[in-house]
Design a protein around this ligand. Structure first.
Ligand code: KIV
Ligand code: NA
Length: 265
């Protein structure tokens, strides 16, 4: 199967079919995503939390994203590959941003990149787009700003903040962004933004009215029952499945029932 391009995604959006996205960070899961009809893989900087065990996404580097994007690329030939621009790979200057994004495409082999922020990023997004780099925006709860937010909570809850978010979304669209992630905002605001834009919105904790949805793979597979914000739905219970399998293996080894003849030479 041919890999989905931004054009394919926009076509799906125009047909009013919801876009489906999950994060993925490695070959083994990328292979499984390939067997599903998921449209987009995000190599999210959430790998800082999920893979590295960090409290925030702040420590993640461009090299980390490149390493994981390459692993994902080898396991999946059909999904669109969107790579996150990590903290401080674009905030200090648009030049930094262009070079970092270029590395994600050249070295990571990503097809597009995602940045957290609004109007202030518009000139950079326009330059990236002009350089042939498709850019996805990310508004609402932008985890790279956790220290400024003072925690992870619902964003844009008053009228002024809602109007600002809508203006940010329009500025990103006008700068050439092909898609915008909306994270932890009221459903009504996400619906308003989605209605106002001509590019798809992808929601996480943003209600049912966005053009598509994204979840962190390990979250939606129920691999960490200690982490269960309201917007996460467990579509499987892999934590229990994995722990049960490990326990069965340990038991059989201790009882010397594994390996048996079937698993020996
Ligand atoms: O890094 C990530 O997983 C993300 C999604 C939650 C949108 O940015
Ligand atoms: Na991210």
């Amino acid at each position: 199967a041919r890999r989905k391009t931004t054009r394919d995604l926009l076509k799906t959006y125009r047909q009013q079919t919801p876009l489906t996205m999950v994060t993925c960070y490695d070959y083994t899961f990328a292979r499984l995503v390939e067997k599903s009809p998921i449209d987009i893989i995000l190599i999210g900087d959430s790998l800082g939390n999920v893979i590295q065990g960090q409290d925030t996404t702040v420590p993640v580097t461009v090299d980390d994203i490149i390493y994981h994007t390459r692993a994902v690329m080898r396991g999946n030939q059909s999904a669109h590959i969107l790579a996150d621009m990590p903290f401080m790979s674009y905030q200090a200057s648009a030049d930094d941003g262009l070079r970092s994004a270029g590395r994600l495409l050249k070295e990571g082999l990503a097809q597009s990149v995602k940045v957290e922020g609004g109007e202030e990023l518009a000139p950079m997004v326009a330059r990236m787009t002009g350089a042939g780099i498709p850019v996805c925006g990310h508004l609402g709860l932008t985890p790279q700003s956790v220290h400024a937010f003072g925690g992870f909570r619902l964003q844009a809850t008053d009228d002024e903040a809602a109007d600002r978010l809508l203006a940010d979304a329009k500025a990103l669209q006008d700068a050439g962004a092909f898609m915008i992630v909306l994270e932890m905002v009221p459903s009504e605001l996400a619906a308003r933004v989605t209605e106002a834009l001509e590019i798809p919105t992808i929601g996480i904790g943003a209600g049912p009215h966005t053009s598509g949805q994204v979840l962190v793979l390990q979250d939606m597979l129920g691999m960490n029952t200690d982490f269960k914000p309201r917007f996460v739905k467990h579509f499987a219970s892999l934590e229990a499945t994995v722990v049960d399998a490990l326990t069965a293996y340990a038991d059989e080894v201790r009882q010397r029932s594994f390996p048996d003849d079937d698993h020996s030479y």
